[in-house]
Ligand binder design. Sequence first.
Ligand code: HBI
Ligand code: FE
Length: 286
Amino acid sequence: MEKITDRQVGQDWEIEQGWSRYSDEDHAIWRFLFERQQKLLTGRACRDYLEGLQRLGVAPTDQARGLKAHGGIPDFARLSDILDRTTGWRIVAVPGLVPDDVFFGFLAERRFPSTCFIRRRDQLDYLQEPDVFHDIYGHVPLLMNPVFADYMQAFGEGGLRALRLGYLPQLARLYWYTVEFGLIATPEGLRIYGSGILSSGGESIYCLDDPRPHRIGFDLCRIMRTEYRIDRYQQTYFVIDGFDQLFAATQADFAPIYPEIARLPDIPPDFAWPGERVQTEPMRAA
Ligand code: HBI
Ligand code: FE
Protein backbone atom coordinates (compact mmCIF):
# COMPACT_ATOMS: atom_id res chain seq x y z
CA MET A 1 0.00 0.00 0.00
CA GLU A 2 1.88 3.15 -1.11
CA LYS A 3 2.28 5.95 1.49
CA ILE A 4 -0.52 8.47 1.18
CA THR A 5 1.02 11.96 1.04
CA ASP A 6 -0.56 14.95 2.79
CA ARG A 7 -1.50 16.21 -0.64
CA GLN A 8 -3.39 13.04 -1.53
CA VAL A 9 -5.18 13.08 1.83
CA GLY A 10 -6.08 16.79 1.64
CA GLN A 11 -6.21 16.68 -2.17
CA ASP A 12 -8.01 19.98 -2.44
CA TRP A 13 -7.10 21.11 1.10
CA GLU A 14 -10.76 21.55 2.04
CA ILE A 15 -11.68 20.93 5.70
CA GLU A 16 -14.90 21.24 7.69
CA GLN A 17 -15.51 24.68 9.25
CA GLY A 18 -16.78 22.97 12.40
CA TRP A 19 -19.03 25.90 13.27
CA SER A 20 -20.45 24.20 16.37
CA ARG A 21 -16.91 23.99 17.85
CA TYR A 22 -16.51 27.78 18.17
CA SER A 23 -16.46 28.95 21.81
CA ASP A 24 -18.39 31.91 23.22
CA GLU A 25 -15.04 33.73 23.38
CA ASP A 26 -14.47 33.10 19.64
CA HIS A 27 -17.87 34.62 18.84
CA ALA A 28 -17.24 37.50 21.26
CA ILE A 29 -13.94 38.34 19.48
CA TRP A 30 -15.77 38.34 16.12
CA ARG A 31 -18.44 40.71 17.54
CA PHE A 32 -15.76 43.04 18.95
CA LEU A 33 -13.88 43.21 15.64
CA PHE A 34 -17.12 43.54 13.65
CA GLU A 35 -18.48 46.41 15.73
CA ARG A 36 -15.10 48.21 15.73
CA GLN A 37 -14.90 48.09 11.96
CA GLN A 38 -18.55 49.04 11.45
CA LYS A 39 -17.92 52.29 13.35
CA LEU A 40 -14.76 53.00 11.32
CA LEU A 41 -15.90 52.03 7.84
CA THR A 42 -19.00 54.18 7.44
CA GLY A 43 -17.84 56.91 5.05
CA ARG A 44 -14.56 55.06 4.38
CA ALA A 45 -15.51 51.71 2.81
CA CYS A 46 -16.83 51.78 -0.75
CA ARG A 47 -20.60 51.50 -1.17
CA ASP A 48 -20.44 48.12 -2.97
CA TYR A 49 -18.61 46.61 -0.01
CA LEU A 50 -21.11 47.94 2.54
CA GLU A 51 -24.03 46.73 0.40
CA GLY A 52 -22.48 43.26 0.05
CA LEU A 53 -21.90 43.05 3.79
CA GLN A 54 -25.48 44.06 4.51
CA ARG A 55 -26.91 41.54 2.00
CA LEU A 56 -24.90 38.73 3.61
CA GLY A 57 -26.73 39.39 6.86
CA VAL A 58 -23.65 38.84 9.04
CA ALA A 59 -24.14 41.87 11.29
CA PRO A 60 -24.84 40.87 14.89
CA THR A 61 -28.02 42.99 14.69
CA ASP A 62 -29.10 41.09 11.53
CA GLN A 63 -28.47 37.85 13.29
CA ALA A 64 -30.25 39.09 16.39
CA ARG A 65 -33.24 39.44 14.05
CA GLY A 66 -33.45 35.69 13.90
CA LEU A 67 -30.99 35.12 11.02
CA LYS A 68 -29.13 32.33 12.85
CA ALA A 69 -29.23 34.55 15.93
CA HIS A 70 -25.82 34.18 17.56
CA GLY A 71 -24.22 37.43 16.34
CA GLY A 72 -20.80 35.86 15.97
CA ILE A 73 -18.75 33.94 13.42
CA PRO A 74 -21.03 33.12 10.47
CA ASP A 75 -21.71 29.62 9.21
CA PHE A 76 -19.91 29.29 5.84
CA ALA A 77 -22.70 27.09 4.41
CA ARG A 78 -25.28 29.82 5.02
CA LEU A 79 -23.08 32.51 3.46
CA SER A 80 -22.26 30.24 0.51
CA ASP A 81 -25.95 29.80 -0.30
CA ILE A 82 -26.43 33.60 -0.42
CA LEU A 83 -23.21 34.08 -2.42
CA ASP A 84 -24.03 31.23 -4.81
CA ARG A 85 -27.44 32.71 -5.64
CA THR A 86 -25.85 36.12 -6.28
CA THR A 87 -22.57 35.56 -8.14
CA GLY A 88 -21.99 31.78 -8.15
CA TRP A 89 -19.24 31.91 -5.52
CA ARG A 90 -18.99 29.56 -2.53
CA ILE A 91 -16.73 29.55 0.52
CA VAL A 92 -14.47 26.57 1.24
CA ALA A 93 -12.89 26.13 4.67
CA VAL A 94 -9.10 25.67 4.60
CA PRO A 95 -6.60 25.21 7.46
CA GLY A 96 -4.59 28.37 6.67
CA LEU A 97 -2.47 29.69 3.80
CA VAL A 98 -2.58 27.12 0.99
CA PRO A 99 0.00 26.69 -1.80
CA ASP A 100 -0.29 29.24 -4.61
CA ASP A 101 -1.48 26.74 -7.23
CA VAL A 102 -4.22 25.51 -4.85
CA PHE A 103 -5.23 29.09 -4.05
CA PHE A 104 -5.50 30.18 -7.66
CA GLY A 105 -7.24 26.93 -8.54
CA PHE A 106 -9.94 27.66 -5.96
CA LEU A 107 -10.45 31.23 -7.23
CA ALA A 108 -10.67 30.00 -10.84
CA GLU A 109 -13.56 27.74 -9.72
CA ARG A 110 -15.35 30.59 -7.83
CA ARG A 111 -14.50 28.96 -4.52
CA PHE A 112 -13.08 31.37 -1.94
CA PRO A 113 -10.72 29.63 0.53
CA SER A 114 -11.38 30.92 4.03
CA THR A 115 -9.56 30.13 7.23
CA CYS A 116 -11.75 29.06 10.16
CA PHE A 117 -9.79 30.12 13.25
CA ILE A 118 -10.20 33.55 14.81
CA ARG A 119 -7.36 35.62 16.31
CA ARG A 120 -6.80 35.89 20.05
CA ARG A 121 -7.57 39.04 22.06
CA ASP A 122 -3.87 39.91 22.11
CA GLN A 123 -3.89 39.94 18.29
CA LEU A 124 -6.80 42.33 17.81
CA ASP A 125 -4.64 44.93 16.11
CA TYR A 126 -2.22 42.87 14.13
CA LEU A 127 -2.17 39.40 12.67
CA GLN A 128 0.32 38.08 10.12
CA GLU A 129 -1.81 35.22 8.78
CA PRO A 130 -5.38 35.67 7.52
CA ASP A 131 -7.98 34.54 10.07
CA VAL A 132 -11.75 34.06 9.63
CA PHE A 133 -12.42 37.74 10.34
CA HIS A 134 -10.02 38.88 7.60
CA ASP A 135 -11.30 36.31 5.10
CA ILE A 136 -15.04 36.54 5.73
CA TYR A 137 -15.49 40.16 6.85
CA GLY A 138 -12.70 41.48 4.59
CA HIS A 139 -13.01 39.46 1.39
CA VAL A 140 -16.48 37.91 1.04
CA PRO A 141 -18.79 40.97 0.87
CA LEU A 142 -17.26 42.21 -2.40
CA LEU A 143 -17.77 38.75 -3.93
CA MET A 144 -21.44 39.78 -3.92
CA ASN A 145 -20.57 42.38 -6.59
CA PRO A 146 -20.81 40.75 -10.05
CA VAL A 147 -17.91 42.67 -11.64
CA PHE A 148 -15.57 42.13 -8.71
CA ALA A 149 -16.66 38.47 -8.57
CA ASP A 150 -15.64 38.13 -12.24
CA TYR A 151 -12.32 39.85 -11.51
CA MET A 152 -11.51 37.41 -8.73
CA GLN A 153 -12.21 34.40 -10.98
CA ALA A 154 -10.15 35.94 -13.81
CA PHE A 155 -7.40 36.58 -11.25
CA GLY A 156 -7.40 32.89 -10.31
CA GLU A 157 -7.09 31.86 -13.97
CA GLY A 158 -4.32 34.43 -14.48
CA GLY A 159 -2.55 33.18 -11.38
CA LEU A 160 -2.35 29.65 -12.74
CA ARG A 161 -0.90 31.01 -16.00
CA ALA A 162 1.57 33.24 -14.10
CA LEU A 163 2.73 30.21 -12.12
CA ARG A 164 3.40 28.28 -15.32
CA LEU A 165 5.29 31.26 -16.79
CA GLY A 166 7.32 31.83 -13.60
CA TYR A 167 5.89 35.28 -12.84
CA LEU A 168 4.04 34.60 -9.61
CA PRO A 169 5.72 37.45 -7.66
CA GLN A 170 4.41 39.97 -10.20
CA LEU A 171 0.89 38.57 -9.96
CA ALA A 172 1.04 38.44 -6.16
CA ARG A 173 1.76 42.19 -6.26
CA LEU A 174 -1.36 42.78 -8.36
CA TYR A 175 -3.40 40.83 -5.76
CA TRP A 176 -1.76 42.70 -2.92
CA TYR A 177 -2.28 46.22 -4.30
CA THR A 178 -5.86 45.60 -5.44
CA VAL A 179 -7.72 42.81 -3.63
CA GLU A 180 -5.87 43.33 -0.33
CA PHE A 181 -4.96 47.05 -0.23
CA GLY A 182 -6.86 48.74 -3.05
CA LEU A 183 -8.52 52.16 -2.95
CA ILE A 184 -11.24 53.38 -5.32
CA ALA A 185 -11.99 56.95 -6.44
CA THR A 186 -15.66 58.00 -6.00
CA PRO A 187 -17.45 61.36 -6.40
CA GLU A 188 -17.38 61.62 -2.59
CA GLY A 189 -13.60 61.02 -2.48
CA LEU A 190 -11.31 58.01 -2.04
CA ARG A 191 -12.89 54.90 -0.55
CA ILE A 192 -11.54 51.51 0.56
CA TYR A 193 -12.18 48.20 -1.22
CA GLY A 194 -9.04 46.23 -0.22
CA SER A 195 -9.73 43.44 2.29
CA GLY A 196 -6.47 43.87 4.17
CA ILE A 197 -7.58 47.41 5.03
CA LEU A 198 -11.28 46.65 5.60
CA SER A 199 -10.40 44.08 8.28
CA SER A 200 -7.80 46.34 9.94
CA GLY A 201 -8.66 48.99 12.53
CA GLY A 202 -5.71 51.36 12.22
CA GLU A 203 -5.13 51.07 8.50
CA SER A 204 -8.78 51.93 7.73
CA ILE A 205 -7.97 55.41 9.02
CA TYR A 206 -4.32 55.73 7.94
CA CYS A 207 -4.92 54.77 4.28
CA LEU A 208 -7.26 57.74 3.69
CA ASP A 209 -6.26 60.34 6.27
CA ASP A 210 -2.49 60.14 6.58
CA PRO A 211 -0.56 62.41 4.13
CA ARG A 212 2.51 60.14 4.06
CA PRO A 213 1.55 57.19 1.85
CA HIS A 214 1.66 57.62 -1.92
CA ARG A 215 -1.72 57.25 -3.63
CA ILE A 216 -1.10 56.41 -7.28
CA GLY A 217 -3.50 55.80 -10.16
CA PHE A 218 -3.96 52.14 -11.16
CA ASP A 219 -1.29 51.05 -13.67
CA LEU A 220 -0.84 47.32 -14.22
CA CYS A 221 2.89 47.37 -15.03
CA ARG A 222 3.67 49.88 -12.26
CA ILE A 223 1.87 47.65 -9.73
CA MET A 224 3.58 44.46 -10.89
CA ARG A 225 6.98 46.15 -10.48
CA THR A 226 6.21 47.52 -6.99
CA GLU A 227 7.45 45.59 -3.96
CA TYR A 228 5.40 45.42 -0.79
CA ARG A 229 5.90 44.89 2.94
CA ILE A 230 3.59 42.51 4.83
CA ASP A 231 4.57 43.76 8.30
CA ARG A 232 3.49 47.41 8.26
CA TYR A 233 0.92 49.85 6.87
CA GLN A 234 1.34 50.32 3.13
CA GLN A 235 3.59 53.14 1.90
CA THR A 236 1.86 53.12 -1.48
CA TYR A 237 -1.79 52.60 -2.38
CA PHE A 238 -3.09 52.23 -5.93
CA VAL A 239 -6.38 53.86 -6.84
CA ILE A 240 -8.87 52.45 -9.38
CA ASP A 241 -11.75 54.34 -10.98
CA GLY A 242 -14.05 51.32 -10.84
CA PHE A 243 -14.14 47.52 -10.75
CA ASP A 244 -14.64 47.49 -14.54
CA GLN A 245 -11.12 48.91 -14.81
CA LEU A 246 -9.80 46.04 -12.69
CA PHE A 247 -11.62 43.40 -14.69
CA ALA A 248 -10.55 44.93 -18.02
CA ALA A 249 -6.91 44.86 -16.88
CA THR A 250 -7.07 41.08 -16.42
CA GLN A 251 -8.52 40.54 -19.91
CA ALA A 252 -5.22 41.51 -21.50
CA ASP A 253 -2.81 38.65 -22.20
CA PHE A 254 -0.09 39.11 -19.58
CA ALA A 255 2.43 36.92 -21.41
CA PRO A 256 4.03 39.80 -23.39
CA ILE A 257 3.89 42.09 -20.34
CA TYR A 258 5.95 39.86 -18.05
CA PRO A 259 9.27 39.92 -19.99
CA GLU A 260 8.93 43.72 -20.36
CA ILE A 261 8.52 44.07 -16.58
CA ALA A 262 11.33 41.61 -15.87
CA ARG A 263 13.75 43.84 -17.84
CA LEU A 264 12.91 46.86 -15.61
CA PRO A 265 14.01 47.26 -11.98
CA ASP A 266 11.51 46.59 -9.19
CA ILE A 267 10.21 49.71 -7.42
CA PRO A 268 10.52 50.07 -3.64
CA PRO A 269 7.20 50.44 -1.77
CA ASP A 270 8.08 53.94 -0.52
CA PHE A 271 9.07 55.39 -3.92
CA ALA A 272 6.98 57.59 -6.23
CA TRP A 273 7.97 59.63 -9.28
CA PRO A 274 7.06 63.32 -9.15
CA GLY A 275 3.50 63.78 -10.41
CA GLU A 276 2.46 60.15 -9.84
CA ARG A 277 0.40 60.85 -6.75
CA VAL A 278 -3.31 61.27 -7.43
CA GLN A 279 -4.24 62.73 -4.07
CA THR A 280 -1.81 64.62 -1.94
CA GLU A 281 -4.20 66.16 0.60
CA PRO A 282 -5.53 63.79 3.27
CA MET A 283 -9.28 63.31 2.98
CA ARG A 284 -9.86 64.46 6.52
CA ALA A 285 -7.79 66.57 8.85
CA ALA A 286 -5.30 64.04 10.23
N1 HBI B 1 -4.01 30.91 0.96
N2 HBI B 1 -5.78 30.62 2.44
C1 HBI B 1 -5.05 31.44 1.65
N3 HBI B 1 -5.37 32.74 1.54
C2 HBI B 1 -4.67 33.59 0.74
O1 HBI B 1 -4.98 34.78 0.64
C3 HBI B 1 -3.57 33.07 0.00
C4 HBI B 1 -3.28 31.71 0.14
N4 HBI B 1 -2.25 31.19 -0.56
C5 HBI B 1 -1.46 31.94 -1.48
C6 HBI B 1 -1.82 33.37 -1.54
N5 HBI B 1 -2.84 33.88 -0.85
C7 HBI B 1 -0.99 34.26 -2.42
O2 HBI B 1 -0.33 33.52 -3.37
C8 HBI B 1 -1.81 35.34 -3.08
O3 HBI B 1 -1.74 36.38 -2.16
C9 HBI B 1 -1.25 35.78 -4.39
FE1 FE C 1 -6.65 38.27 2.18
